[in-house]
Design a protein around this ligand. Structure first.
Ligand SMILES: N[C@@H](CCC(=O)N[C@@H](CS)C(=O)NCC(=O)O)C(=O)O
Length: 232
């Protein structure tokens, strides 16, 4: 049965950019599930599946509606125990993936939003722009333009933030071990957000973390690579 995935999109529906939606997209592909994607803007999230949703990704599978990328991954693990590769290898990998989520959200996302806020804004329609600006400027305590104004001076911080993944790569090719797992899709989703909204010109080509990222772009028939990098 096809799973419907509601994912965030701007004016160009062929460039879904949300980090959390990319986690869900990769998890669905990992489990070899047929997907129908439904692009939604920020201001349309409240109308998904007759209302009540506050964020995407959201999936519908038969009678079930599930929101939140991590919950979706856990649902897919239970719904498709024998299909595709495991998203989690052993019970202990779930709390560790939660740690990866906390690290990615607190370190990587906060750097990316301060790099990409104006680029994301430029991708949205007028209603979504107003929503995004209000929410982010409340969070920043200043305008988006002020936040990104000195971003070039922060370019090198990205390499620093990615140090834990670089150190791990000395021992294993993926956060999941010898094979990718949901834990990989968590920081991958964040970097795909950066790639689609702002491009990766600030990220050293010789960083081994980039090799890991490129390998994930190639997975599942090049699903994530099929959305071109921004050329800003
Ligand atoms: N913990 C959630 C976070 C989802 C989330 O924050 N999604 C953003 C898009 S990237 C959203 O829908 N934001 C709604 C808004 O800003 O109004 C998950 O992992 O799915």
């Amino acid at each position: 049965m096809t799973i419907k995935l509601y994912e965030l999109a701007g004016i160009d529906k062929s460039r879904p950019f949300s980090p959390h939606c990319w986690k869900a997209r990769m998890a669905l592909a990992h489990k070899q599930v047929e997907v129908e994607t439904v692009p939604v803007g920020f201001t349309a999230i409240a109308e998904i599946e007759n209302g009540g949703q506050t964020s995407v990704p959201v999936i519908r599978h038969g009678e079930k509606v599930i929101a939140d990328s991590f919950k979706i991954a856990l649902y897919l693990r239970d719904a498709y125990p024998d299909r595709g590769d495991p998203l989690f290898r052993g019970e202990g990998s779930i709390p560790l993936a939660r740690f990866v989520e906390a690290w990615s959200q607190s370190q990587l996302h906060s750097w990316i939003i301060q790099w990409s806020a104006v680029d994301i804004h430029a991708m949205l329609n007028a209603a979504d722009q107003a929503h995004f600006r209000a929410k982010r400027e409340k969070q920043f305590g200043r305008t988006m333009e002020e936040v990104v104004a000195d971003r070039e001076g922060r370019a090198g911080q990205l390499r620093q933030i990615l140090t834990p993944i670089r150190m791990m790569l000395a021992h294993q090719p993926y956060l999941g071990g010898s094979q990718p797992a949901f834990a990989d899709y968590i920081p991958f989703g964040a970097l795909q957000w950066l790639r689609i909204c702002s491009g990766l010109a600030m990220w050293d080509r010789d960083d081994p973390v980039r090799d890991w990222f490129e390998r994930l772009l190639d997975l599942h028939g090049g699903l994530a690579r099929s959305v071109p990098e921004a050329s800003r």
